[in-house]
Design a protein around this ligand. Structure first.
Ligand code: DOR
Ligand code: ZN
Length: 347
């Protein structure tokens, strides 16, 4: 198979930022994806429906003229998010509520310190049919960074699902064998997204002959056996696993620093990277469900009518992009992808 035509995919986990960075990166996602679940971890975070709708307008303004790309907005959950905001959010077209455990990652300082402080808001989310989108890491000085996802599953996620029987949850950017096993189980309330970097790389790539900051993201790349389990889960054909790039741009100077930011910028090459991963697993025919069908089914949205065609052709990855005055280094900068996007058109 040297070409593959699929309905236009969506990105169910994306960081678009704001200002000059937004204007630099939004066109990259819009060139490939039909819709994206947009992360709310701006400074200050997007905690209200009003702020989300204003952010949505700024995203639409940053798109090329006539682009049909649809940003799907989310709210940032805090200890103080009022239950009443959930009904406003659902009525205002917000598609999910993001849980960042406080201190887990970039701009998570306002995140949730203890989910039990949010019980009424979680119940309101259930009633409104709003899914909880989870950064699944438990943070604490006593928890090793490689064990954070498993600790979160056992001590936060499973009890949460037991307390809220109607709550839909997406475990975002699954990074461990434990997470992969959980989301490929039979709980219809629970789905998982997978990033290209966690399917293609592990900690050995992050630390290959030196420290490679552009491979540093949260949750951190794990062991090789975790990556193998993620690849098996993502390519399994399970209906509740789908694409979420977690493309997270930072200026070069913030990544190449004595205390570098977490985040891989993958938007322009994400789809070819997923094609590589699926091909390596001998499952190219399952890319369509993962990239274009399973996400809309979970979120109750239609599959995109447009199609996109991937072609097997070695294609260079730019060494950098410009974002205002800053440089932006993509994943695999200066390398090549085995696939490229050949055609993208309407039905
Ligand atoms: O690597 C990451 N970068 N993980 C996250 O959870 C946040 C993201 C960001 O916003 O940069
Ligand atoms: Zn993210």
């Amino acid at each position: 198979m040297d070409t593959l035509t699929i309905p236009r995919p969506d990105d169910w986990h994306l960081h678009l930022r704001d200002g000059e960075m937004l204007r630099a990166v939004a066109p990259h996602s819009a060139a490939v994806f039909g819709r994206a679940i947009v992360m709310p971890n701006l400074t200050p975070p997007v905690t209200t429906t009003e702020a989300a709708l204003a952010y949505r307008e700024r995203i639409l303004d940053a798109l090329p003229t006539g682009s049909p790309f649809q940003p799907l907005m989310t709210l940032y959950l805090t200890d103080q998010t009022p239950p009443g905001e959930m009904e406003r959010a659902a009525a205002g077209g917000v598609h999910g509520i993001k849980l960042y455990p406080a201190g887990a990652t970039t701009n998570s300082a306002s995140g949730v310190t203890d989910l039990r402080r949010c019980e009424e808001t979680l119940a309101a989310m259930e009633a409104a049919g709003l899914p909880l989108l989870v950064h699944g890491e438990r943070v604490g000085d006593d928890i090793d960074i490689f064990d954070r996802e498993a600790a979160f599953i056992d001590t936060v996620l499973l009890p949460l699902l037991a307390r809220h029987p109607r709550l839909k949850v997406v475990l975002e950017h699954v990074t461990t064998a434990a997470g992969a096993e959980l989301v490929t189980g039979d709980d219809p309330r629970l789905a998982g997204t997978f990033t290209p970097q966690h399917l293609l790389y592990d900690r050995n790539h992050l630390l290959a002959g030196g420290l490679r900051p552009h491979y540093y993201c949260m949750p951190i790349l794990k062991r090789r056996r975790d990556r193998e389990a993620l690849l098996e889960a993502a390519t399994s054909g399970h209906p509740r696993v789908f694409l979420g790039t977690d493309s997270a741009p930072h200026p070069r100077h913030s990544k190449e620093s004595s205390c570098g930011c977490a985040g891989c910028y993958s938007a322009p090459i994400a789809l070819p990277l997923y094609a590589e991963a699926f091909e390596a697993a001998g499952a190219l025919e399952r890319l369509e469900a993962f990239a274009s069908r399973n996400g809309p089914a979970f979120y109750g949205l239609p599959v995109n009518e447009e199609t996109i065609t991937l072609e097997r052709r070695e294609t260079p990855v730019p060494v950098s992009y410009t974002a205002g005055n800053a440089e932006l280094i993509p994943l695999r900068a200066g390398g090549t992808t085995a696939w490229r996007i050949a055609v993208s058109h309407s039905p």
